[in-house]
Write a protein of this length. Sequence first.
Length: 165
Amino acid sequence: MSDIKSPAAPGHWREAELRQGIELLFFAYRDFTAGPDHMLEKYGFGRAHHRVIYFVGRHPHMNVTELLGILRITKQSLNRVLSQLVRQGFIRQTPGVNDRRQRLLELTEQGVALERDLSENQRGFIARAYREAGPEAVDGFRKVMIDLVADPADRARFTRGGKRG
């Protein structure tokens, strides 16, 4: 790929620049998920399992409705993945305190270990890129990524009160 020169005017991007951005997202996502994909294969899991494990790990005791809102997948798809993760001992479901019909989700010890391994791989990937790019580029990247999030409520998760950890 050729280097991209600065656009003629701010906000006016050439087709080639936009297409390169699309390609870079494809290649980055492919490489970002390669390590975890390999780890997940050992369990017969895929990326949907990874996303569930990640978000349940980040938000212990979230309910199924909240998880559906984050993942934006069908209830049927989530139930298939979730039941497998519960059956194999990676996630525990408990009834809600106020509403016993609610299913609150949390990782088991086995789930915590898997989430840690998957995320450690990806944290290393991101840390290397951040180190090489430098703080100013990291701030710009963060802004671009937030602006790529279409839903204002999802975007607000990362803009309220500064950086989210």
